[in-house]
Design a binder for this molecule. Structure first.
Ligand SMILES: *[C@@H]1O[C@H](CO)[C@@H](O)[C@H](O)[C@H]1NC(C)=O
Ligand SMILES: *[C@@H]1O[C@H](CO)[C@@H](O)[C@H](O)[C@H]1NC(C)=O
Ligand SMILES: *[C@@H]1O[C@H](CO)[C@@H](O)[C@H](O)[C@H]1NC(C)=O
Ligand SMILES: *[C@@H]1O[C@H](CO)[C@@H](O)[C@H](O)[C@H]1NC(C)=O
Ligand SMILES: *[C@@H]1O[C@H](CO)[C@@H](O)[C@H](O)[C@H]1NC(C)=O
Length: 446
């Protein structure tokens, strides 16, 4: 830490004040947590001078005169902190926009990797036109559970911040009842790579309005988990406008309306998360052929009959599948999750045709514990294939004598395992026993 002379004097005075340390710091001395009230007394902050993550909580900045008092403290502290700062979290506070403006002003030229607002209410309206100087460099900007007045008519204000916003690569805006991102704002995110809009109120209309006409050109990851999307067609059409999109999370929406038209996913798509979206059917027209990771868990699928030549991982947990997918359709598959379905047996021969399969998870299925099934399952779990949750998650559902028993615990004697063969052998032996002693005995037997 580089210490300026005036600051050193303050440090010395601070050490003499009893009970002056009030911010808390974790054992590694890297994460510092303060209440905003602590900031009024500058010395309370000294314990945190080596930290790289700062969390300030419980502030109420509706009163503008308060803001200037904090400005004073921050102005002294800012040049003395270790740089770059990994993260600043402002939590559980009511923040006047003028505070945000002051904050950006004080941290001019400071490198902060991540700025997070959590559980905050923004009030007031700042005069952004007068914003000058170099804005702080930030790669990641997060708003979690925040509320503010409507942003629809704020395009001009955002234009004064555009040099700042244009550098942001990772933007998170979650749990904030967002229904769309106005174009006047999104146009400033020129270099965005990751956009997380999970747990908001985005509807079909909001999605089609937010992603169109070359907006978010560089976006690679988009998370729309747990919104109010109902149309698979609309979502796909909107996402198809993002030419560099690789990872899409559409999980926890409700696409109960059956998709009607073929879907043109960006050819760059690698991961698609459709977990818990009410899907009953998927077909080859709906899924991106380039996808490598596909999450279809928690749906109502009874078959997966689609050919995805590059697919490496597929999550099909908690559906209604009766059988394993075919290796002809999924030749590159490495990881297969099939737990919580209606599968009754491991098709050994079929499984062996998956050339690259290394992990299988298929617990919580109603296994039909005939001896051939039991033996095949025991044998498979012994191979190079990693069978997850084996043996503790695999139970027999039938025949009734084994119901509820762990598959591994079922003992199959040779006789049970090959009943028809066993009966044939016994019959032959009996017949022979009667034949061999002589024709007389045979006649007696008949
Ligand atoms: C969201 O933030 C508000 C304050 O703005 C807070 O009262 C509420 O408890 C937060 N909700 C959750 C789920 O944390
Ligand atoms: C999302 O959908 C639910 C149920 O359909 C509804 O109650 C809720 O109001 C919707 N939210 C928004 C923001 O539209
Ligand atoms: C898909 O989203 C769910 C949450 O909805 C998450 O639990 C799961 O890990 C995600 N799947 C993948 C492959 O990332
Ligand atoms: C279990 O497998 C046996 C032999 O293949 C078959 O006869 C029986 O119907 C199956 N039971 C169930 C519940 O599928
Ligand atoms: C599995 O492997 C163990 C130890 O290598 C061996 O004792 C056991 O007989 C094998 N079980 C089957 C069903 O092949």
């Amino acid at each position: 830490m580089q210490i300026f002379p005036s600051f050193a004097v303050l440090l010395l005075i601070g050490h003499k004040l009893p009970g002056s340390f009030a911010c808390t710091v974790d054992l590694a001395r890297s994460h510092c947590t303060c209440s905003f009230a602590d900031l009024k007394n500058f010395y309370k902050f000294l314990v945190c001078m080596d930290a790289s993550v700062f969390e300030f909580r419980d502030g109420n900045f509706e009163d503008l005169s308060d803001i200037s008092r904090y400005t004073q403290t921050l102005r002294i502290l800012a040049p003395n902190l270790e740089l770059p700062i990994d993260k600043i979290i402002l939590g559980n506070s009511v923040l006047d926009e003028n505070f945000l403006k002051m904050f950006l002003d004080v941290t001019q030229n400071v490198k902060i990797r991540e700025l997070v607002f959590e559980d905050c209410i923004f009030t007031g309206r700042a005069e952004w036109r007068s914003m000058k100087g170099t804005l702080p460099q930030m790669r990641s900007l997060q708003f979690v559970n925040v509320s503010s007045a409507s942003l629809t008519d704020r395009g001009e204000d955002f234009s004064y911040l555009s040099s700042w916003i244009a550098q942001v690569e990772n933007f998170v805006l979650t749990r904030s009842q967002i229904t769309q991102i106005p174009r006047s704002i999104s146009m400033h995110f020129k270099d965005l790579r990751v956009l997380d809009l999970s747990e908001n109120g985005l509807q079909d209309q909001g999605v089609s309005g937010s992603f169109s006409d070359g907006l978010f050109f560089n976006l690679m990851t988009l998370k729309l988990r747990h919104n109010n999307l109902t149309s698979f067609d609309v979502a796909c059409k909107a996402l198809s406008q993002l030419p560099n999109l690789q990872d899409s999370d559409l999980s926890q929406n409700n696409f109960a309306m059956p998709p009607s038209s073929p879907c043109e996913w960006p050819p760059s798509t690698r991961l698609l998360n459709l977990s818990d979206t009410g899907l009953e059917h998927v077909n080859a027209h709906l899924l991106p052929p380039s996808t490598e990771v596909l999450d279809l868990s928690y749906n109502q699928l009874s078959v997966l009959d689609v050919s995805l030549p590059h697919l490496k991982k597929v999550y099909l947990s908690n559906n209604r599948l009766l059988s394993f997918p075919s290796s002809n359709n999924l030749p590159d598959l490495e990881i297969l999750f099939l737990d919580g379905n209606r599968i009754t047996h491991f098709p050994k021969d079929q499984l062996q045709t998956f050339k690259h399969l290394s992990i299988l998870k298929a617990d919580q299925n109603p296994y039909n514990c005939t001896c051939s099934v039991v033996n095949e399952m025991k044998e498979l779990s012994n191979r190079s294939l990693e069978v997850q949750q084996w043996p503790e998650g695999y139970f027999c559902d039938s025949p009734s004598v084994y119901k509820g028993q762990q598959v591994k615990e079922v003992e199959c004697s040779v006789s049970e395992g090959h009943k028809p063969l066993f009966i044939t052998i016994i019959s032959v032996v009996i017949v022979l026993v009667y034949i061999v002693p002589g024709e007389d005995s045979l006649f007696c037997f008949i």
